[in-house]
Design a protein around this ligand. Structure first.
Ligand code: NAD
Length: 512
């Protein structure tokens, strides 16, 4: 996070929150928490401007989005500096995870949304094809509420906004109170790109503002965050009878097979566990390695982990923990593991040489499933490694979780990797990778089990911001419907004969 502290406010005034840089602990500003009236006013304004945007062409929308892309390319350092001041993450991570990914998303949807959402004519089956024509058009939902978390504060805010806007919606974005300024950057970017006023409004605030947004009369909520909040959002959306997508937490498992390239697997484990200081929804949170290669794999992991440079400012690999609550969870999970018999091979404490919220990259062994470190989302720079007898056991252990967001399998046998991937209870699975799951727009992204409902990104994501409306046209000007009455035994007999012809013979079944 930034570190968030409530400030005194005058009676009747909006609440205020002060923010500090988690790496340096220096103050970086304050925000006013927007209340119910602010959120409702924003939704009303969005409703006024959305119809004109919905009526505009995809080319016109893409022009604005491309303008945003050019501005982001030009001003990337300014954006990165702001993201770093709130998160204390490594500069390369802000560049890759936030800016590169946002540029890719802007360009991807500007180029493809028109094609994906183009009205299409659908061929009907059987006899219906002689009587009717079906057109499917994708109509925007109206006003979409986007509620985003702090761990990818710019990309997780902007990516759904780009998709919802290209689909013709207006958006109200409520970024995390832990990283509000990175969320506000999304609004600043689209203002600079001359997106018509009211189409993207950013509401700063905490959970109360988010809850108000779910009740403010929007047409969909696109939520990314924790399981606990996701459940509350789902209930609120059910009460409003509006759809939602819930992209929630994970406890991603990594399986290292006996035939894995151990150097690549060790590198993958280290990247998976420590990228974004472990605060990555698809971060590797538990490793199952088969006995035959466990010692060598673990040795290489520790060696690589000890080479990681941690710091604030300048060139380093692992940044800060973004806010104090997360640091507490990490410390709780490690303490629970140690008490129950886990061994620390490296790390295992707050980084003594740095003043901010830093925790050393940590490797644990002798872990088991009764430890929080193996069952609950830790969201920190901790890599617990568990030995298993064989790959079957690894699959069983990986599936023994309430979460199902991502997973990864490491093997030199690609076919085996894909076969194992198909057996993992997970929203997505990588073979010999883990970093790219959210970043590839073609891959529908979403969790199973407690990790979420619905999917985002690509064709699935774009269509999720629309109502697919079938438009059915009678080829004969309505003659068949007009002659419906009177019902007679003779007409019924004709239908029965037709049914026998259609489904009672092999030829009939094939033609229909
Ligand atoms: P969080 O649930 O605490 O907060 C997320 C957002 O919800 C914030 O903007 C917050 O202000 C808002 N909020 C809080 N209470 C609310 C309510 N009652 N109604 C509406 N909005 C409310 O999550 P977080 O701590 O910011 O984010 C970390 C979590 O997000 C982790 O569990 C992580 O795994 C998950 N995550 C998931 C994905 C994914 O794509 N599946 C991606 C990134 C992060």
């Amino acid at each position: 996070m930034a570190i968030v502290t409530p400030l005194e406010s005058a009676p009747g005034a909006r609440r205020r929150l002060a923010l500090a840089n988690p790496a340096t602990l220096e103050p970086i500003g304050e925000i006013e928490v927007q209340a119910a009236d602010d959120v409702r006013a924003a939704v009303m304004k969005a409703r006024e401007t959305q119809p004109e945007w919905a009526a505009s062409s995809f080319d016109m929308r893409a022009t604005v989005i491309r303008r945003a892309l050019r501005i982001l390319l030009d001003r990337q350092d300014e954006f990165i500096d702001l993201i770093l001041s709130e998160t204390g993450k490594a500069r390369s991570e802000a560049l890759q995870m936030e800016i590169y990914a946002a540029c890719d998303s802007l360009n991807y949807y500007a180029r493809r949304a028109g094609k994906i959402l183009k009205p299409r004519r659908e061929r009907l089956h059987g006899m219906f094809s002689l009587l009717k024509q079906l057109h499917v058009v994708y109509r925007p939902l109206g006003v979409v509420g986007v509620i985003s978390p702090w761990n990818g504060p710019f990309i997780l805010a902007i990516n759904p906004c780009i998709q919802a806007l290209m689909a013709g919606n207006a958006v109200i974005l409520k970024p995390s109170e832990v990283t509000p300024f990175s969320g506000k950057l999304v609004g600043d970017l689209f203002d600079a790109a001359e997106l018509p006023a009211g189409l993207l409004q950013v509401m700063l605030g905490d959970g109360e503002t988010g809850a108000e947004l779910t009740r403010a009369g929007v047409d969909k909520i696109s939520f990314t965050g924790s399981v606990a909040t996701g459940r509350e959002v789902a209930v609120a959306c059910a009460e409003q009878l509006i759809p939602c997508t819930l992209e929630l937490g994970g406890k991603d498992a990594m399986i290292v097979c006996g035939d894995a390239d151990l150097d690549n697997a060790a590198g993958g484990a280290v990247a998976g566990a420590f990228m974004n200081t472990g605060q990555y929804c698809c971060g590797t949170e538990r490793v199952y390695v088969v006995n035959s290669v466990a010692d060598e794999f673990t040795r290489r992991v520790v060696e690589r982990t000890q080479r990681l440079r941690q710091g604030a400012g300048g060139e380093f690999d692992v940044g800060a923990v973004f806010w104090p609550r997360q640091l507490e969870i990490i410390q709780e999970h490690v303490a629970d593991a140690i008490e129950k018999g886990a061994k620390i091979l490296c790390g295992g404490r707050r980084t003594p040489s740095l003043p901010g919220l830093f925790y050393e990259p940590t490797v644990l062994i002798d872990v088991h499933h009764d430890m929080q470190i193996m069952s609950d989302e830790t969201f920190g720079p901790i890599l617990p490694i568990m030995r298993v007898d064989d790959e079957e056991t690894a699959i069983r252990m990986a599936n023994d979780s309430d979460y199902g967001l991502g997973a990864n399998v490491w093997t030199t046998n690609r076919e085996k990797g894909i076969a194992m991937a198909r057996r993992l209870e997970s929203g997505s699975v990588c073979v010999n990778d883990m970093t790219m799951t959210y970043g590839l727009q073609e891959a529908p992204f979403g969790g199973v089990k407690q990790s979420g409902i619905g999917q985002v990104n690509g064709e699935t994501g774009l269509k999720g911001y629309c109502h697919a409306t079938p438009i059915l046209v009678d080829r004969f000007g309505g003659r068949q419907t007009a002659s419906r009455y009177p019902y007679t035994h003779e007409k019924d007999e004709g239908i029965r004969r037709f049914m026998r012809l259609q489904w009672g013979t092999a030829l009939g079944r094939r033609l229909s």
